[in-house]
Design a protein around this ligand. Structure first.
Ligand code: FUB
Length: 352
């Protein structure tokens, strides 16, 4: 009896004094790189090195927030993250500049990148000379570039926030964003004369997904809507605070596909799960509460055995178009839900 008691006591004392070794503390959100303003992080691990592809915010003479015109970026950057736990990241410079994209006129927004057979591909949105957001692709021999853009935007891809996801050798491109991102200008892959938004009680506009061709420079099929359903199997409505707005992202964990996205006007990062990269996805919850600044934009990645949510906020500048990169840790629960990350609980509507 004494032996059993002593063993239990010893185990309890060990867990008490050495608890961090058995159950490591989760890292809260911390800044990654504060020497410059960057946003919209897309995180990827290539050969055990963690890279982030990001929008490069700048002070522009364009200050009008209508249609997001004040997000007037002219290049996007690559960072190498030595240790997200310590917020150690190095800016590797511009991956691509607006002037290097033959078809693009302005607003080089949120990029994403992937690797296939020793080549890296950067997907990015920009407005063409007619003011319509298109998605372009650029290729490089190294993760940090320099990337060379294709002469024309990708046929059949439009709006903003491209995100590429690899699954069992196939690559999928997700895209779309409301309001300034112009998703409401498209129906069934055709450009409309004017915006067409659903009523609040109608199904919300859906992001799009298409498989990429083997060459990675074009879509292999017409894009289709990514359905986000409630627990009863009905599409989330346009008036739902959890409906998709922009910044699609996909990851896979324990055989389940997680579609992560921003709700824009309600400033949340939410997630939905499904059994296929095409969806449908069932809404599961909020991954992050609102941060300071209007926009919020996620990516997720596993690195060093831990899962991270990369995002941005505007707390350091106090201005929405000047954002700073952050990372926070989260984990997957056994029931498929994610542990939530705290944004800025006291966020005010005046945080623009
Ligand atoms: O950075 C410009 C836009 O702001 C992005 O495309 C959106 O996702 C939002 O973060």
């Amino acid at each position: 009896m004494k032996v059993i008691f002593a063993t239990l006591l010893g185990a309890a004392l060990f867990a008490g004094c050495c608890g961090r070794q058995t159950a490591p503390e989760r890292m809260e959100a911390r800044y990654l790189y504060t020497a410059d303003y960057m946003a919209d992080p897309s995180a990827h691990v290539f050969d055990d090195t963690l890279y982030v592809y990001a929008s490069h915010d700048r002070l522009s003479e364009v200050t009008d927030p209508a249609d997001g015109a004040h997000f007037d970026m002219v290049d996007c950057h690559v960072l190498r993250v030595a240790d997200p736990q310590k917020g150690e990241a190095e800016d590797l410079g511009a991956a691509l500049s607006l002037e290097q994209i033959p078809w693009a006129a302005k607003q080089l927004w949120a990029p994403d990148a992937t690797r296939r057979e020793g080549r890296w591909y950067l997907y990015f949105p920009a407005k063409d000379s007619t003011g319509i957001f298109r998605i372009g692709v650029a290729a490089a021999d190294r993760p940090e570039g320099p990337f060379t853009a294709q002469p024309e935007p990708m046929e059949g891809a439009y709006s903003i926030d491209p995100a590429v996801f690899e699954d069992e050798g196939a690559y999928y491109l997700y895209f779309g964003g409301l309001q300034g991102g112009q998703l409401q200008r498209w129906r069934d892959n055709a450009l409309l004369e004017e915006d067409a938004l659903p009523e609040d009680d109608e199904p919300a506009l859906a992001p799009r997904v298409a498989r990429l061709s083997e060459g990675m420079l074009s879509l292999a099929e017409p894009s289709r809507p990514v359905q986000i359903l409630d627990a009863a199997g009905r599409p989330l409505t346009a008036g739902d605070a959890h409906r998709f707005f922009e910044a699609a992202w996909l990851h896979k964990h324990a055989g389940l596909y997680y579609f992560v996205y921003s709700t824009g006007t309600t400033h949340l990062i939410c997630y939905a799960t499904g059994d296929s990269p095409y969806g449908p996805f069932t809404f599961r919850g909020e991954l992050m509460s609102p941060v300071e600044g209007w926009t919020t934009h996620p990516s997720t990645v596993e690195y060093g055995g831990r899962w991270y949510l990369f995002h941005h906020d505007s707390a350091l500048s106090g201005r929405s178009p000047l954002r700073s990169l952050k990372a926070a840790e989260f984990s997957h629960r056994d029931d498929g839900t994610l542990t939530p990350v705290a944004g800025k609980p006291e966020r005010k509507e005046t945080d623009h």
